[in-house]
Design a protein around this ligand. Structure first.
Ligand code: ATP
Ligand code: MG
Length: 297
């Protein structure tokens, strides 16, 4: 069956240069996929295709792939990473989760801890949260910035729009540098609705096998929902670029979210046309010699 073209079909790309508002994207969108079963089947086809592409990417050793996931709590970052990347060769893939910065991390610039984790050529690097927290949670709670001891920032009054614009520019410059040096950068905002988040929190409370996932801090953070949506909208507008685009992924249906993410990765990787390296003639001759040696043992 022909694969559906989600990029056309869903409008989930945050179009570079446009003003992006999270409210304009439907978290429950499911494209033209008729059922959950079909979505799950399409995902498993994509997972197989991704395994093949990863193998070629690894052998080609020219590009690295950086996948960034940002979302509100319970949107499904962990599950999406688990399902989309399942089956990949672990040697060619690393996942990093970024939490509240440590005191050592606060003593460096905000990119430092993530820069050290960037993927090597031929590999996938997955960031579960990232330096984007620095224009999201930190923008919602500007007092967090004071712990960074930045020049000129001695109180929250000193933090103005210009400060955030500078951060967006720094991030765009960083990503441009990475892309120019062979890293593919794809960024996913898993867009869960406020109602669906509530449902998932209640499940975590009511279902004892999910209790471990529940954190009362997440419920407290939810009270800042509107400020987060504003911070996300500002961030998407400022940092969705041609070289490193943001995708706003409908997250109320987990199966659709996972399928959509896998589709975007595959479409991008296919554009690179990674191929197994073709050996030069001299090397091929050496292989033939080696074969003969083995056969004559
Ligand atoms: P899960 O809850 O699914 O295990 P998580 O990513 O929510 O995963 P937590 O340990 O619950 O992990 O939360 C990490 C917290 O760290 C989040 O609240 C996030 O906003 C915060 N955080 C991450 N980076 C920064 C940062 N640079 N500055 C301040 N807070 C940050
Ligand atoms: Mg959490």
């Amino acid at each position: 069956m022909k694969k559906k073209n989600l990029m056309k079909d869903t409008g989930i790309l945050a179009r570079p240069g446009k003003t992006i508002r999270v409210a304009d994207f439907d978290p429950a969108f499911k494209g033209s996929i008729d059922s959950k079963e079909e979505g799950i089947r399409l995902l498993s086809e994509n997972v197989n295709e991704l395994i093949e592409l990863q193998d070629k990417l690894y052998a080609d050793n020219r590009y690295a792939v950086l996948l960034i996931f940002q979302a509100m709590d319970a949107a499904g970052k962990d599950g999406t990473i688990k399902h989309v990347m399942s089956g990949l060769n672990p040697q060619g893939c690393e996942v990093y989760s970024f939490k509240t910065p440590s005191s050592t991390e606060l003593d460096h610039d905000y990119i430092w801890r993530t820069y050290k984790c960037l993927p090597e050529r031929g590999r996938f690097g997955i960031f579960n949260r990232s330096y984007y927290e620095e224009v999201l949670v930190v923008k919602v709670h500007p007092e967090y910035l004071l712990a960074q001891n930045l020049p000129g920032i001695r109180n929250t009054e000193a933090i103005d729009e210009k400060f955030w614009q500078t951060r967006y520019d720094q991030i765009n410059n960083l990503e441009q540098h990475l892309v120019e040096n062979g890293t593919i950068v794809l960024k996913f905002f898993l867009n869960v609705s406020k109602d669906e988040q509530k449902k998932r929190f209640l499940e975590r409370i009511d279902d004892s096998s999910k209790n471990w996932k529940f954190s009362s801090a997440d419920v407290k953070e939810r009270q800042h929902w509107d400020e987060y949506m504003q911070a996300y909208s500002d961030m998407l507008t400022a940092t969705s670029t041609e070289h490193a685009p943001w995708y706003v992924i409908p997250a109320d249906r987990k199966w659709f979210m996972r399928y959509a993410v896998s589709n975007i990765i595959i479409n991008r990787l296919k554009e690179l046309k990674p191929e197994y390296p073709v050996l030069p003639e001299a090397e091929k001759n050496r292989l033939n010699e080696a074969r003969e040696l083995l056969m004559n043992e």
